[in-house]
Design a protein around this ligand. Structure first.
Ligand code: ASP
Length: 323
């Protein structure tokens, strides 16, 4: 049997509902301890509670700490696969940061639950069992960090939370899952063709995420110039266009060597320099705005935080954002 390390970080999967008030909160004993006998028949399990955080409390610093902890465990002990349990709100961000920074090649799977441990139809135990099966599977190697919930296997790069409460919330818009968990085993049907890796040891950059909207003006972007901001990601309109009133502020940020990365507020497709009108993608690109490759805003922000640790050259950053 494989040696699998389970790391708990908190979230609904580790909580229970108070029967009188209805509030979902952290419980004393970890509720997944009751599932350990079931997973012990699948692998040799080591179980650790690293954090007890609702995932809105998770920070990039915590995520990097998690990455370092995994690397230490893999070097010091014979860990062959890792499962991380996590709150679903920022699960995709932790999974993607690990995908960018982790220097290990064993399967790393992130999972969570939409229903707490004592709710009817609680999905935590099932998702944990599925994730251990994936982490213990040889074909899960070399596919980057994986996210497993609701019988689906997604890449950290493409997956996003799409529903506030449905158990089928995790989807990979445009690409779909890369594999399925079935009663008979693990079935991968797609293989990611490239993996973006930037081993950084700390994250010190302040990167802001903004969303564009009809009638947006320069007020918020102008305010950024007076703050200690190292980079800005904007969820732009459509294929990568901005309202014209924002342009002087974008130009100003670029003049001050603050990189501006565009993603789209559409959750399918990629941004490109197509439109030539004022605020269109072509003039923005000419101005020096960096175009991303289909990442959503929250992941592009993490990627800019990571890549800014390696370079502040906007051309090099643009190359990295094409991957
Ligand atoms: N708000 C919770 C969290 O992210 C949701 C969940 O875990 O599903 O911690």
């Amino acid at each position: 049997m494989k040696n699998i390390l389970i790391l708990h970080t908190g979230g609904t999967i580790s909580m229970e509902e108070d029967n009188t008030t209805g509030a979902v909160k952290v419980s004393g004993k970890h509720p997944l301890d009751n599932t350990l006998p079931s997973v012990s028949s699948l692998a040799n399990i080591t179980n650790e509670e690293l954090f007890k955080l609702p995932s809105p409390h998770m920070t990039p610093a915590n995520m990097l700490m998690l990455a370092k902890h995994i690397e230490k465990k893999v070097t010091q002990e014979q860990v062959e696969g890792v499962v991380i349990t996590h709150g679903t709100d920022t699960l995709e961000e932790t999974a993607y940061l690990l995908d960018l920074c982790l220097k290990v090649d064993i399967p790393v799977v992130v999972t969570g639950a939409m229903r707490s441990s004592n709710e009817i139809g609680s999905d935590g135990p099932y998702n944990l069992i599925s994730s251990v099966k994936v982490a213990a599977c040889d074909t899960a190697k070399n596919k980057g960090v994986l996210v497993v919930l609701n019988d689906e296997i997604h890449t950290a790069k493409n997956v996003t939370k799409t529903h506030t409460s449905n158990v089928a919330t995790f989807q990979s818009p445009q690409y779909g899952p890369i594999g399925l968990v079935t009663k008979r085993g693990i079935n991968f049907h797609h293989m990611p063709i490239n993996r973006d890796r930037y081993p950084v040891s700390h994250l010190s950059k302040n990167v802001i995420l903004l969303k564009a909207y009809a009638g947006m003006d320069a007020t918020t972007l102008n305010m950024l110039s007076s703050l200690a901001v190292d980079g800005v990601v904007i969820e732009a309109l459509g294929q990568g266009n901005m309202p014209p009133a924002t342009l002087p502020a974008i130009e100003n940020l670029l003049k001050n060597n603050v990189p501006v990365v565009l993603v789209s507020r559409c959750f399918n497709g990629i941004v490109q320099d197509i439109y030539g009108y004022e605020g269109g993608g072509r003039p923005l690109k000419k101005m020096g705005v960096i175009f991303s490759n289909g990442l959503n805003g929250q992941k592009a922000r993490l990627k800019l935080m990571v890549t800014l640790e390696l370079t502040t050259d906007h051309h090099e950053l643009q190359e990295m954002f094409l991957k």
